[in-house]
Ligand binder design. Structure first.
Ligand code: COA
Length: 139
């Protein structure tokens, strides 16, 4: 019993992704610069897609990105890494949804995935005429 408790305590120290796995892909050579590091803009694009997956579900339809805030790039991403985007809902307004997206990357040389980027994305629920509409409330 004590052994189990000790193992759980050890695992608490290992950083783990926060949120729901929303998108997973592989960083390819076409997404990198001449030195083999992945472009920040490519990562932002993956994060936007990952946030939109969650926002589309919450809005039950079309959304548009209205703002990207607090973007931090913590570590470079190497070509060939598995890139995983995790999304968490921070806030839901009338038509807006604020979603935190964390990116974790793992190259086959790495023992563990590492957090490489985090940003805050705000999406707005829109209708077929691009007018804002309320985010449906769940019971
Ligand atoms: C998204 C869009 C329809 C919103 O239209 P708008 O006239 O700004 O609408 P509003 O002022 O009513 O704002 C709508 C919501 O967005 C929020 N919002 C607007 N600008 C914001 C910003 N910079 N940061 C955070 N939230 C913002 C508002 O607070 C409001 O939230 P709420 O309904 O939950 O209270 C319009 O701005 C648009 O079409 N933008 C382009 C979207 C796009 O092309 N995205 C891809 C870019 S590459």
């Amino acid at each position: 019993m004590n052994d189990i408790v000790e193992i759980e305590e050890e695992n608490d120290d290992v950083p783990t992704p926060v949120g729901e796995l929303s998108l997973q892909t592989i960083a390819m050579p076409a997404d990198s610069n001449a030195d083999g590091d992945i472009f920040g803009g490519w990562l932002v694009s993956q994060m936007d897609l990952a946030g939109a997956v969650m926002a589309n579900r919450l809005a039950r339809g079309r959304v548009a990105t209205v703002a990207i805030d607090s973007m931090v790039f913590l570590r470079p991403v190497a070509v060939g890494s598995v890139v995983s985007c995790y999304a968490t809902v921070k806030d839901i307004g009338r038509s807006s949804m604020t979603i935190i997206v964390e990116v974790w990357a793992q190259h086959h040389h790495d023992v563990e995935p590492r957090k490489v980027t985090e940003g805050q994305f705000t999406f707005v629920a829109i209708d077929e005429n691009r007018r804002t509409r309320p985010v449906p409330r769940t019971s």
